[in-house]
Write a protein that binds this ligand. Sequence first.
Ligand SMILES: Cc1ncc(COP(=O)(O)O)c(C=O)c1O
Length: 378
Amino acid sequence: MTDNIMNDITRRGWLVGTTAIASSMMMARGASAQTMINMGEPVSKDNPIRYTNNENPYGINPKVMEAIIEAYKKAHLYNFTTRRKLVKIISEIEDIPPECILVGAGSTEFLMATGALCGIAGGNAVVPYPSYAAVTRYVTRFGGQVIEVPVREDMSINLDDLRQAMTDNTKLVYISNPNNPIPNIVEKKSLEKFCLEVSKKAMVVIDEAYYEYVRNDDFSTMAHLVKDNPNIIVLRTASKIHAFANVRVGFAFGHPDTVKLLAKFGSNTISYPAQIGAMVSYKDKEYQKFVVDKNYQSLEILYKMFDELNLPYVKSNANFTYFNAGRDAKIVRDKLLESGVLVGRQYKAFPNWVRISTAKPEEMDYLVKIYKRDFGNI
Ligand SMILES: Cc1ncc(COP(=O)(O)O)c(C=O)c1O
């Protein structure tokens, strides 16, 4: 049975659909499977489908890929001007002044800078737990402390809990919105109030890595706050919706003084091809919509299974979901991997909960078949 399912998913050839985008994708070289390291080879334990790192299963927009390849013809030359053009494009899309935008090699560059600033000052960082841990690593590496504030029982980030955890020495408050691994959000009005109030005492970093996926009226970016508030930083990344995880482009939005401060940590870290690629990718809204639509289709496939099997889950505002498998998440991960299904790692706060990143809908069907076979009746 496993073999049949695996052959089936391998044979299907990773068709992406019948839209105009899909056909242009199929024409572009390499625009088939993006979810395995060894594309075209059978799904296996050693070549699993990746439902694990919140990546974009469709890969880089073919138009963008062409632009990147073309840009490599000039990549032997240093380039000091293209970044300004990219900033201008982002400024127009986001309606933020160019002097409030900094480009980096992914948003991790800014998680490092803000974490390092907190650590070097000997301060502490207040962060929800569980959440994306990059910033906390840099706080501790540079000598600071981390105060983790557990999410509530319903898995929500409670802003009052964060406020209460702050001390006189708190230099940084980090919120990933949507959160990760729990793909819920903080309500926009209360978050705005929190940012304005807390930024009087500490730097507030709002990490909006999954911003483009959110379809929720209670959500808003906090980007509009940065212009007038030197202590508020909003982070974005091209790693997710734009599939730039290993191209490395990200943005910090901040007050001009804050941008200058963060810029001290960077040194022209973004390659010319990456910048050209980002310029084309951010302008192509059609591809982004395609990716988000597919994401929600994939999520629906998972929700249906969770409902059928009575498994509690968090409705996603991002490209992954989190569900209670009712058993040790490590056991679930290991068992699924035997059939080439690689899901997220265990988080100690919720040992029975598993994070699943969305892959293509047909790959979600495969996961469902395997999951039901392995765990459906137990
Ligand atoms: C919340 C969050 N922030 C930042 C990142 C990393 O982004 P980048 O690739 O831009 O460094 C991730 C990656 O998974 C993430 O989940």
